[in-house]
Ligand binder design. Sequence first.
Ligand code: CA2
Length: 151
Amino acid sequence: MPKPIYVLNGPNLNLLGSREPHIYGSETLDDVRRRCEARGAALGFDIDFRQSNHEGELVDWIQQARVEGAALVLNPAAYGHTSVALYDALKTLAIPVVECHLSNPAAREEFRRHSYVSLAATGVIAGFGAAGYELAIEAAAGLVRKASPAA
Ligand code: CA2
C-alpha cells in the first residue's frame, strides 16, 4: 500500500450540512470523509482525513503530510484567503497539492478571490460541492502514479 493521501479541512467545515446548504450542500463532513475513503480505496490509496479550526494545527498536519503523505488535498476554508503560514508550509512540500473548495470562491465576494494556497498548489478544484473532493483525490492519485508508476 502506498503512503496515504492526506485530506485536510480548515475552519468551520465541521459545521458542514448544518447551515448554508445553498452554498455548501447538505452533506456533512462525515459524508465527505466517506466519499473520500471510497474513492481512495478504489484508486488504491488510504485516506487520512482531518479537520481543524486552528491555523497552527493545520500547519503541523501539512508538515506531517510532507513526510508521511503521498499527496495532499486541502480545503483551507477561510485560511486560504488569509494565511501566509499555510502558504509557507505548503511551499516546503515536494508531493502534489490539490486545493479543493466546495463552492466556487471566484464567483463570490471579492475577498474570496485571492488564495495564498493557490500560489503553492499543483491545481485547484472548486464549485463542484462534495463531489469535488473525489475529483481532487483522482487528480492527486494520478499525479502520484505519474511520478512513481509502481506506487
Ligand atoms: O467553498 C469552500 O469550500 C470554502 O473553502 C468554504 C469556506 C469559505 O471561507 C471559502 O471561501 C470557500 C467556509 C467554510 C465554512 O463552512 C461552513 C459550512 C456550513 C455551515 C457553516 C460554515
